[in-house]
Design a protein around this ligand. Structure first.
Ligand code: PLP
Length: 315
């Protein structure tokens, strides 16, 4: 797994942060590898290791047509010598969009399931059907969101730092949140005085609190490695979903453009732009204390911007 690089840590010199007396750093998981990067790499890592250990030669996983996880799985499979099958939600649309086109180029075989069938993606019945159809395949859930995924995410802040021990310098670790697998891994890896702040990109994200609690309990009960016996404090900030999953407005588009220009950090619209927007907004509101040091985890996902940009042009 040494083909993936450590992510750079980048300081953000922003007037908003300076005025709040807060230091801002970005952990650039988007720069670890051209294709296998972001939190999706961390969620895949132990799934790939388990597949290898059990002598599986083919990985099968699930995702939407612009999925960062499908993209990363196709590339990681190719890089580490697995065949890959991508089960895609919905009907086939030709020509393939850039995400799926890339996946096919990496050797992924695509299979389409209508939305009703796709809803059964976590059931034993569908897995049996897929095993019968494709033979011995190692099944990874959508988004790489299982306990192996959490395990990989415990390494984002603790092991991915350029300098060992540096991670403890941060008071708050901010991350965009879909299933919260990434947040769970991060919370499990922090010192007790640190705090993880998750920004759900789904509408009404408060429901995630319960999911997070059970993810953390299940992980700790599984006996998988965790640096501490209890997770650090975490909280959900649910006000920056911009209308829901993959929804954007002009304000977010403009924010992304300006942030990239000012700080040289490109953001994806579905996840990281919403979290960064939220952090900058909270800084203006005095949410953080003077002297706080913040680590914003750039979870990648830039490949997905083509989908959003196409749609915005259509609009
Ligand atoms: C998938 C993804 C997330 C969400 O991760 P979860 O573990 O599901 O919360 C965040 N950012 C990016 C860029 C992603 O691709």
């Amino acid at each position: 797994m040494s083909l993936i690089f450590l992510p750079p840590l980048q300081k953000i010199n922003s007037e908003i942060a300076r005025n709040a007396g807060v230091e801002l750093y970005v952990l650039r998981l988007d720069l670890m590898h051209p294709w296998v990067n972001g939190n999706k790499w961390f969620k895949l890592k132990y799934n790939l290791l388990e597949a290898k250990e059990k002598n599986f030669r083919t990985l099968l996983t699930f995702g939407g047509a612009y999925s960062n996880h499908i993209y990363a799985t196709a590339a990681a499979g190719n890089l580490f010598g697995f065949g890959t099958i991508g089960v895609i939600r919905g009907e086939e649309r030709l020509p393939l969009n850039p995400t799926l086109n890339f996946a096919v180029q990496q050797g992924m075989q695509l299979v389409y399931l209508n939305r009703e069938m796709y809803r059964q993606r976590n059931t034993a019945a569908l897995h049996e059907y897929l095993q019968q159809r494709f033979g011995e395949v190692f099944i990874i859930p959508e988004g790489g969101s299982n306990l192996n995924g959490v395990r990989g995410c415990t390494e984002i802040v603790s092991k991915a730092m350029p300098t060992a021990g540096y991670a403890y310098a941060f008071d708050h670790i901010c991350v965009a949140c879909g299933t919260a697998t990434t947040l769970a891994g991060i919370a499990l890896s922090l010192h007790q005085k640190q705090r993880a702040i998750a920004f759900p990109v789904l509408k009404n994200g408060a429901f995630l609190a319960q999911e997070i609690k059970s993810l953390l309990t299940n992980y700790l009960a599984s006996g998988l490695p965790a640096p501490y016996s209890s997770p650090a404090d975490w909280e959900l900030v649910c006000d920056y979903h911009f209308g829901g999953y993959a929804k954007v407005n002009d304000e977010l588009l403009l924010f992304n453009q300006q942030f990239t220009q000012q700080h040289g950090v490109p953001l994806d619209y579905v996840y990281t732009a919403k979290m960064f927007y939220g952090v900058m907004d909270l800084l203006k509101q005095g949410f953080f204390c003077k002297g706080d040091s913040l680590l914003l985890v750039h979870t990648g996902g830039l490949q997905g911007n083509v989908g959003i940009e196409e749609r915005c042009i259509e609009i």
